[in-house]
Design a protein around this ligand. Structure first.
Ligand SMILES: [Zn+2]
Length: 132
């Protein structure tokens, strides 16, 4: 006794190689398995295409990222550093200090204070020393 691969029915056959109870089962079985194969291939194909798409996008993102990093590095290298530390004019500082010592009236001191505050020759520390 043999068992049909398609319908599971047991059958007798004189041929040892027989796998199906009938031609109908053989044809149906082959049609379905071929279809299954095709579907799998299609799935693999679309999966591969998707992977290639993702890789392509990644590649593009990476090159854009490289460009951004490159322009950032350029801008940092080319940008002149802002003058954050003002070197105070020592002569001006001593001049103002002398004026402060010799000052006689409150009015004159107020005037000098204003001048010191607005001076572009003195740095913050020097201004604090003179005004404090
Ligand atoms: Zn069958």
């Amino acid at each position: 006794m043999k068992k049909c691969l398609f319908c599971d029915i047991e059958f007798d056959s004189i041929k040892d190689s027989a796998k199906f109870c009938s031609d109908v089962c053989r044809v149906r079985y082959n049609r379905i398995s071929r279809k299954a194969d095709t579907t799998l291939q299609d799935q693999e194909k679309s999966l591969l295409l998707q992977t290639m798409d993702v890789l392509g996008e990644l590649k593009q993102v990476m090159s854009e990222f490289k460009l951004i990093v490159g322009s950032l590095v350029d801008s940092v290298q080319q940008k002149p550093q802002p003058e954050t530390f003002v070197v105070g004019n020592r002569q001006k500082f001593e001049q103002y200090a002398k004026m402060k010592r010799e000052i006689e009236s409150e009015d004159a001191w107020d005037k000098l204070k204003l001048e010191i505050k607005n001076s572009t020759d003195l740095n913050g520390w020097q201004k604090r020393q003179l005004l404090g």
